[in-house]
Every structure is written in C-alpha cells, then in structure tokens.
Design a protein around this ligand. Structure first.
Ligand code: CDP
Length: 209
C-alpha cells in the first residue's frame, strides 16, 4: 500500500497540493477534514450538541459519508454546507471526540486498503492513521498567508476575523488530547509561503522512494 500523507493547519495549502499530487500520480485523494466536517454537519442538522460526547459518538458510526467529489451525508448533498461558519465552529469539538476519531480512522484505513493507497490529507495522517506512509509531509505557511488564502476561499472580506478563527482552530487542534496536530515522526516540513503549487507538488513527488 502506497500512501502519501499530507498534514498541516488550515490554509497551509494541504487540499490544493494533495489534489494536485493525486492527479499527477493518477492516485485517489481523500480529504479527511471533510469527513469530520460531515459528522459536525449531521450533529447540527439533528440538533445534537457537538459537545455532547456520548451522543456524537453514537451518531458517527451510523452515518453514510461520501467525500469523493461532492460530499454527501446520508445521501444529501452537503458539499457547501460543510464549509459554513457554523460547521467550522462545531467541527472542533467533534474532531476532539476519541470515539468519532476511531470511527473515522477505521474508514480512512479501509479507503486506502481497498485501492492500494492514495493521497490522504488531514491533521493526524502521518502520525496516527498511516504512520508507515511512503511520504509524509507537514505543510505550513505564515499566519498572514494562511488567513489571506482562507478568506479568498470562503469569500470573506474580514481577513482579521478569518485569522482569529484559524488561530482558534490551530490552538484547539494542537492542544486536544486525542491525536493532536503535530509534525509526525519522519515528516518533512514544507513552508508553502511564497511558493507556487507546482513547486510544492514537485517537491512532494520528488520524495517518493
Ligand atoms: O480545510 P481546513 O484546514 O479549514 O480544515 P479541514 O481540513 O476541513 O478540517 C476541519 C477540522 O477537522 C480541523 O480543524 C480539525 O479539527 C479536524 N480534523 C482532524 O481533527 N483530523 C483530520 N485528520 C482532519 C481534520
């Protein structure tokens, strides 16, 4: 199984780079953040408090989540809805829930096993999900650059508010007990600030054994 693990915080360029690497190599691509966002979306839709660990843990295994191309949750298209500010807020508690993580990790491993690997993007891919990945990278970028990129993606004019939300998630993701965001053992840190997507993609592909 050949997995390329791409981790990093919001706005570091993970999705863009992971998608481009997958396309160049003819591999499938998995956005694991979309999976956690889908669980958060389902909580909000059912009126479940994201902080109610027991209810959220019971909900996660029952959900049918598809994140290939369009995102669907129990058959309903949630592609745009999972990027809403409400879901972005709720996902933090959902992703800190160890039982939710165990369920998502099981699905992520099954996804890779069924296709002999792929490019997988997230926060804990090189550290927890695929510690034996063929390539492990941890993307970063300056705080300003990350806020600028994310504001552009979500079409938000208020870059300061976006920066504050990124800082909130960075802190929560890095300090939580369950699989905190950190540079995995053996991962190469790449600062994407001021670099083109192609430059980063070349660097990642050049690391393949
Ligand atoms: O795209 P962005 O970086 O804003 O976030 P995302 O990749 O869609 O992930 C949303 C949230 O899910 C993150 O802030 C983490 O709390 C969580 N997440 C995680 O805990 N583990 C992963 N492997 C992927 C995402």
């Amino acid at each position: 199984m050949r997995v390329i693990a791409i981790d990093g915080p919001a706005g570091s360029g993970k999705s863009t780079v992971a998608r481009a690497v997958a396309q160049r190599l003819g591999l499938d691509y998995l956005d694991t953040g979309a999976m956690y966002r889908s669980v958060a979306f389902a909580c909000l839709r059912r009126g479940i408090d994201p902080l109610d660990a027991e209810k959220v843990a019971a909900l996660a295994p029952s959900l049918d989540i598809e994140v290939a191309g369009r995102v669907t949750v129990d058959g309903d298209d949630a592609t745009e809805a999972i990027r809403s500010p409400e879901v972005t807020k709720a996902v933090t508690a959902v992703a800190a829930n160890p039982e939710v993580r165990a369920e998502m990790v099981r699905r992520q491993r099954a996804w890779a096993e069924s296709r002999g690997g792929g490019v997988v993007e997230g926060r804990d891919i090189g550290s927890v999900v695929f510690p034996q990945a063929a390539v492990k990278v941890y993307l970063t970028a300056s705080d300003e650059e990350r806020a600028r990129r994310r504001s552009h993606e979500v079409r938000a004019d208020d870059v300061t508010a976006v920066a504050a939300d990124i800082a909130r998630r960075d802190h929560a993701d890095s300090t939580r007990e369950a699989s905190p965001l950190h540079v995995a053992e053996g991962a190469t840190v790449i600062d994407t600030t001021g670099h083109t997507v192609d430059e980063i993609v070349d660097q990642v592909i050049g690391m393949l054994p």
